[in-house]
Write a protein that binds this ligand. Structure first.
Ligand code: PMP
Length: 362
């Protein structure tokens, strides 16, 4: 820890790979021999075009996404996607299926209702405080799309595999697990992710959209709220969040060239989560909150025997160099977010600290 950096378990914005931060630092004053920072160059320059196209190519290679899809960079966070998806892809007179697995899914559902559009809650895990991912869901055969949240950042649950929708385009909020594991893009009509957990800093949202979905976009939508605007102009209709896109590109470069792709990343993530859950399963002191078959590999949520002990745990952990372990303010408890950039070293050190804390307080 000679860099003075702590073990970062923040839920988002979250840890970035150290080599990415170092590269940003080394290029900050003079990007690509331009004599300017990336923040100071035109988004119309060949240099920036290289940056955005490289990020898109890397995303395509990492996720095996072919020409049938567009890869877009938008602003307004994943939260704006909650509204843009029904605006663009849910025609009046049709209905969409939503699966409610927690606070973010609930917010996505609310945006459909605000627009006065029709939806069906195809499944929900609200009956048990969102501690699980619903299985064997029967989707409406005529749904315009099916919306799911692949990883539930607050409740610490994650879809182990994606549901069979029988050909209805699947739409997923992958904000908190994009690029953490490989998946087959072909059932998806659209995938979106705020960058600030697994792929970069805040300020940009990645959208992967199948080209046939663009045919649904109504003409009367405001320009900046239409997917077609971004698809037609390579996300350069207006000034994009250039610094954030550049950082996303560097994270994807790290994933490809240093980690070795998403199979290798998934294996590492499996090992990290497996180590943490195994330590908790072997103890009566730490209690994971999600059902075993629905546990997230990204956000490990757990309780201690009392709220007082939880407060002490979070405070002492911080004093020992472990940051971000407090659960989301809406649910309390503890949460260790172990996204791609939080390494096995951090997880090992945390499990050791947890064992010591249990010994003193258990
Ligand atoms: N979806 C999920 C799964 C999230 O975890 C978050 C943010 N924590 C959001 C959506 C909202 O993202 P944003 O802040 O980029 O709007």
């Amino acid at each position: 820890m000679s860099t003075g950096r702590i073990y970062n378990f923040n839920a988002g914005p979250a840890a970035l790979p150290l080599p990415v931060l170092e590269k940003i630092q080394s290029e900050l004053l003079d990007f690509g021999g331009s004599g300017m920072s990336i923040m100071e160059i035109s988004h119309r320059s060949a240099l920036f075009e290289g940056v955005i196209n490289d990020a898109i190519s890397r995303c395509r290679r990492l996720l095996h996404v072919g020409d049938a899809y567009e890869i877009l960079f938008l602003q307004g966070g994943a939260s704006t996607q909650f509204a843009m998806i029904p605006m663009n892809l849910l025609p009046r007179g049709r209905s969409a299926d939503y699966v409610n697995t927690g606070a973010w899914a609930t917010k996505a559902i609310r945006e459909v209702r605000i627009q006065g559009k029709t939806l069906t809650i195809a499944a929900s895990s609200e009956d048990r405080n969102f501690a699980y991912i619903p299985q064997n869901i029967r989707f409406s055969p005529d749904a315009a799309y099916v919306h799911i949240t692949s990883n539930n950042t607050i409740k610490g649950t994650q879809w182990a595999g994606f549901p069979d929708t029988g050909g209805i385009p699947l739409i997923a909020d992958m904000s908190s697990d994009i690029m953490s594991r490989p998946f087959d893009i072909s059932p998806f009509g659209l995938v979106y992710a705020g960058a600030q957990k697994n792929i970069g800093p805040a300020g940009v949202c990645m959208v992967i959209i199948r080209k046939d979905m663009l045919e649904r976009v109504p003409e009367e939508l405001p320009t900046m709220l239409r997917y077609t605007t971004y698809a037609e102009k390579n996300s350069l209709y207006n000034t994009p969040p250039s610094m954030a896109i550049y950082a996303v590109g560097l994270v994807l470069e790290w994933l490809e060239d240093t980690i070795g792709g998403l199979d290798a990343m998934a294996e590492l993530n499996e090992k990290k989560a497996g180590t943490l859950y195994a330590a908790m399963d072997a103890s009566d002191f730490y209690r994971p909150t999600a059902d075993m078959d629905s546990r997230s590999r990204m956000n490990v949520t757990f309780r201690l025997p009392s709220e007082e002990l939880e407060d002490r745990f979070v405070a002492e952990a911080l004093a020992h160099g472990f940051g971000g372990l407090k659960g989301h303010r809406s649910v309390g408890g503890c949460r260790a977010s172990i996204y791609n950039a939080t390494g096995m070293d951090a997880v090992t050190a945390l499990t050791e600290f947890m064992a010591e804390f249990e010994q003193k307080n258990g």
